[in-house]
Every structure is written in C-alpha cells, then in structure tokens.
Write a protein that binds this ligand. Structure first.
Ligand code: C2E
Ligand code: MG
Ligand code: MG
Length: 433
C-alpha cells in the first residue's frame, strides 16, 4: 500500500507521509542529541481475520488498532499505517529503553479488551519490532529496516516484541549502550575527578581548582564528559554523579597542601539539580561530612542550563548563604538578559572559551569580555576566563580586567595526587603540607 498523505480507513498517516515525518524526526533527534524510538507493529493472523470474518471485520480491526495506538502515543509521538496490517509508532525524547517497553505494555493492556469487528468480538494480538535512533541508525529508511527485521525475528521466536540487535552497520553513536554502562559506574569505581587550577589574574597565585569528571570505562577506556554528561542528564544518572563529585572533591581537597589560603574546589552543577529544593541540604551534609576549615566549595552552573530562574535563583541564594560560592559557567552562550546581572545569586561569571580563544585579535570577543567585566564588577561579581592556552591570550584578558584565569597555559586537568604536587611546585613558599 502506498498512500500519499492520510490513510482513508484509519485517518492515520500513510506510508509515504509517515516516512517523510520519520525523516524529519530523525534529523531533529540527531541535531538535539535526543533519542527516539521507532516501533513497528504488526497484527498476528490478520489474513485469517479477513478470510474467516470478512473484509468488514478486517477493517474494523485495523481501525481499532489505530485508535489504541493513538491512545498510547503522547502529544509528541506519531502514529502511521505503513502497510496493510502494519503500523508504526515514533516515540520522541525517550529517556531510556524502559520507556519503549512501557508504551508496549500499555498497548498490550488496551488490546486485552476485545474489539467489535462487524458483529464479532475479536481479541487482537500484535508483534512489535523496535529500533532506536541514533543508536541503531540515523536515517529514516535504515531505522525502519532495522525495526522491521527486529519484528521479523521476534515473530520467528514467538516473542511479543524484539529490539534491533547491535551490529557492524551501527551508527557511530551508541548512547543507549553507554547509558546502561554508565548506570553503576560510580559504584564500580570507574569515575574519577581531575582538577584544573584557577589562577588569580593579578598576582598569579592559585585561587582554586575546578573538578572535571572522567569516566574510565572498562570496555571503552577514557570517555569524555562531553559524551557522557549529556547522557547522564537524560537518564537521570547525573544526580548520583554530581553528589558523588561533591563528596569526592571535598574529601580530596581536604588532602591537598594549604597554600596561604583555603583550597577552593569547583564542581559543575547541572541545571536540573539547581531546581531541586533539597539541594542545599544535600550539599550541607557533604560539607559537614568532608569539609575542614581549609576547603571552600564552588558550584559552577552553566548559564544556558538555568531554564527556570524563578526556581533556581532561591536555591542558589540558599547555597550562597551557606558559604558556597556560585559561578555561572560558559557565560555568553546562553540567552541571559541584562536584568540577570541585578538578580543572579552568583559570585563569579565564567566567560565561555569561545570568546577567549580568539583573543587577542578578535575585537568583537574583546568587546564582549570588556562589557561583561564592567557589568559584572558593577554588580560585585568577579570574572573568570577559561580555555587560556597561551601567554598572549592571558595578557589580553588581564588587560580587559578579568579576575581569574584558567586554561592549559597554567595547568591541564590532573588527578588529585598530581594536583597536590602541582600546588607545592606552584606555590612553594606558601605551601605547607
Ligand atoms: P566546563 O565546565 O566549561 O569545563 C572546561 C572544559 O574545558 C574542560 O573540558 C577542560 O578540560 C577544558 N579546558 C580547560 N582548559 C582548556 C584549554 O586551555 N583549552 C582547551 N581547548 N580546553 C580547555 P572537559 O573536562 O572535557 O569537560 C567538558 C565539559 O563537561 C565541562 O565544561 C562541563 O560542562 C562538563 N563536565 C565536566 N565535568 C563535569 C562534572 O563533574 N559534572 C557536570 N555536570 N559536568 C561536567
Ligand atoms: Mg565548569
Ligand atoms: Mg565552561
């Protein structure tokens, strides 16, 4: 069947229209680094329904299944009829595999109720095949083929549904796999924190360190936080990772030599935790457990991740009242309005690397930094610049009035023990172990 647009019988998208939509959704999922599931659903023994009860009954069964699939679909999902008795469901923004299975369970429950097929009551049974984007494929036709072959295999095995197997023709992205391996990585001792120094722009002394998470996966080696943090944010694992990071950083910072001022350690706080009302209590108990008089905690929160300032700001304010410093990370990449400066409960703005790297020599970046510095100072905030790789950039940023400098020029992120040794070398006079 190759219907353009709408399928007359069910009112759903026909195969062509559905494939077009699937193509668009695949692009959206890849661009937004979100995931999506394609579920292909086939009626068991549909030919017999037609043969035994007649076409009218067959049509009623198709309409019934179409309605149940629409009942399973959420607002953001799509249903289509892609073959005679074959339907497809696109589930967008899936957090994990469990969500697809929930949808299928819901469908199975709905189908337990027999349908009225031209006077006969019939129970419909279906078999489904699942393929995930971008895990299994990042092209619509590829994805459909993988879901259909998963369905064929499930049918052969007599299973209710099947998930496309991982194979050599897999897409580069294997987020779903990573997501599963990431769960429990803390407990298995695979996570580590590396520390990168933050330097006082005026006198070159060390003001503290930023903790950057590393994942030593047994099967993949070192995985970059740029890869696993977005996955952890989607799966919810980020909460456990962040609490682990706060506790670990405070514990390790307590073991570093003091150097004339307390060691300050910065943790990256994901925006979704900044709206959790019990965050201050969680941080407080970590501070009570680990933090001595020589350790200060900083929380770096990415500007763009504060989506709900009305909820996040009071929580950040409570943290500051506890003595925790708040730094707004990657500043300049979000969409903050100027009113931000007046109300933001922060101590530091950290200018994003993309404005730092072109300096000196790029006037627009210099103007932006100059502007941020003047406004920040006006409102009592200090300004940090990250990603400084050479002396010329550092000199330029000092000239523009930045207070804190960070980048490979001063030190790469290093393991806790290496950072402790680096501190002794960097501040030999003041360091006391
Ligand atoms: P970020 O917080 O902006 O961290 C700065 C990133 O820039 C780090 O990358 C750091 O290694 C890198 N960097 C520092 N100096 C230089 C330099 O001079 N040149 C260049 N090219 N890069 C430099 P990393 O460690 O790969 O982390 C990437 C991002 O992942 C971080 O950006 C942060 O957003 C996130 N991240 C890292 N650790 C954590 C964590 O524990 N929790 C959360 N939520 N996010 C984390
Ligand atoms: Mg940061
Ligand atoms: Mg940053």
């Amino acid at each position: 069947m190759n219907l353009p647009g709408e399928d007359e019988l069910t009112g759903l998208r026909g195969r062509r229209a559905f494939l077009q939509l699937l193509g668009r959704q695949v692009v959206v999922a890849c661009e937004h680094r979100s995931s999506m599931a394609l579920v292909v659903v086939d009626i068991d023994g549909f030919a017999q329904v037609n043969a035994v009860h007649g076409f009218e009954a067959g049509d009623a069964v198709l309409r019934h299944l179409a309605a149940q699939l629409q009942a399973v679909a959420r607002k953001q999902d799509y249903v289509g009829r892609i073959g005679d008795d074959r339907f497809a469901l696109v589930l967008t923004g899936m957090l994990n595999r469990g969500h697809v299975e929930l949808a299928l369970q819901k469908l199975a429950r709905l189908l337990e109720v027999p349908c009225d097929a031209a006077g006969v009551r019939l129970r419909i049974a279906v078999t489904s095949g699942i393929a995930l984007c971008p895990h299994h494929a990042s092209h619509a036709e590829h994805l459909l083929r993988r879901a259909e072959s998963a369905l064929a295999r499930a049918r052969q095995a007599g299973a209710r549904f099947g998930v496309a197997p991982d194979g050599a023709d897999l897409d580069i992205s294997d987020m779903w796999d990573l997501e599963m391996q990431l769960a429990g990585a803390v407990e298995r001792g695979e996570m580590e924190l590396f520390y990168q120094p933050k330097i006082d722009a005026r006198d070159g002394s060390v003001v503290g360190a930023e903790a950057l998470m590393r994942w030593r996966s047994p099967s993949r080696g070192m995985v970059s936080p740029a890869v696993f943090i977005p996955i952890a944010e989607r799966s919810g694992e980020i909460r456990r990772l962040t609490l682990w990071a706060i506790n670990t950083a405070l514990r390790q910072a307590g073991q570093w030599p003091t150097h004339g001022r307390p060691n300050s350690v910065a943790i990256n706080l994901p925006g979704m935790l900044a709206v959790e009302p019990d965050l201050p209590e969680l941080v407080d108990s970590a501070l009570k457990l680990w933090s001595g008089p020589d350790v200060r905690l900083v929380l770096e929160i990415t500007e763009g991740s504060i989506v709900d300032a009305a909820r996040a700001f009071p929580i950040l304010a409570r943290l500051r009242a506890m003595g925790v410093r708040v730094s707004i990370d990657d500043f300049g990449t979000g969409y903050s309005c100027l009113a931000y400066f007046r109300s933001i409960p922060a101590d530091e703005l950290k200018v994003d690397r993309s404005f730092v790297t072109p300096l000196p020599g790029d006037e627009p970046s210099a103007d932006l930094v100059r502007f941020v510095v003047s406004l920040a100072h006006r409102f009592g905030l200090s300004v940090a610049a990250e990603g400084i790789e050479n002396e010329e950039t550092a000199a330029c940023l000092r000239g523009l009035g930045c207070d804190v400098l960070q980048g490979y020029l001063f030190g790469r992120p290093m393991a806790s023990a290496d950072y402790a040794r680096w501190l002794v070398r960097a501040q030999p006079a003041a360091a006391t172990v």
